[in-house]
Design a protein around this ligand. Structure first.
Ligand SMILES: C[S@@+](CC[C@H](N)C(=O)[O-])C[C@H]1O[C@@H](n2cnc3c(N)ncnc32)[C@H](O)[C@@H]1O
Length: 181
């Protein structure tokens, strides 16, 4: 993953946790994959719950003592949390964005999204093929990816529907967004 993120893999998570202030007592991380945020929360006594459908990743996190829910975020009854976080995974839900947002915003008032908008997966040839395979959760080699314009358009559409506020925190390889209900 660090190769896919051109060495910026951990940096993305550091930017996300920098948005979690001292008032936060619970975080739910969707499609967590990694346990960087989980460790950060543990060191601050913040309750972290991770949800992912990948059995191996869930088992690994559970072994580390983290609270994990294995399953599809679209069909699960999500827990409540002060903040929901999701990194590098919104593209999985691009055809289900409305139910996805409905479900999350019924369980929290704040969502932090970090999504790559410059992707190796859209590169031609072997690099693109390999990048798609590396991001496969076991449900097929997803080829759809957002770019900055399509992601902002999708969020604006949801904003119109749901009436939330959002801001772009930073924009480089990944777009970091904060949504507030
Ligand atoms: C590209 S990885 C990102 C992992 C991590 N958040 C990161 O930024 O490194 C996408 C993750 O989403 C998970 N995933 C994909 N579709 C999912 C779904 N419908 N429900 C739960 N997890 C899902 C995969 O298992 C995988 O761990």
């Amino acid at each position: 993953m660090n190769v896919l993120y051109s060495g910026q893999y951990v940096q993305r998570f550091k930017k996300i946790v920098s948005l979690l202030g001292p008032e936060i007592s619970s975080v739910c991380e969707l499609c967590f994959g990694d346990t960087f945020v989980a460790h950060w929360c543990r060191s601050r006594d913040i309750q972290w719950t991770g949800i992912d459908l990948n059995q191996g990743l869930c088992r690994r996190a559970a072994k580390l003592g983290f609270r994990v829910i294995e399953g599809d975020v679209l069909s699960l009854n999500l827990p409540t949390a002060d903040v929901f976080v999701m990194a590098g995974s919104l593209y999985h839900f691009h055809t289900n964005l409305s139910p996805f947002m409905d479900s999350i915003l019924s369980r929290t008032s704040r969502l932090i999204l970090s999504e790559p908008v410059k992707n190796l997966s859209s590169a031609p040839g072997l690099i693109g093929w390999w990048a798609k395979r590396s991001a496969n959760p076991g449900t097929g080699h997803a080829s759809f990816r957002y770019n900055k314009e399509s992601l902002l358009a999708a969020i604006a559409e949801q904003q119109e529907r749901k009436g939330f506020h959002y801001r772009v925190v930073s924009s480089d390889r990944d777009l970091l967004l904060e949504i507030q209900r």
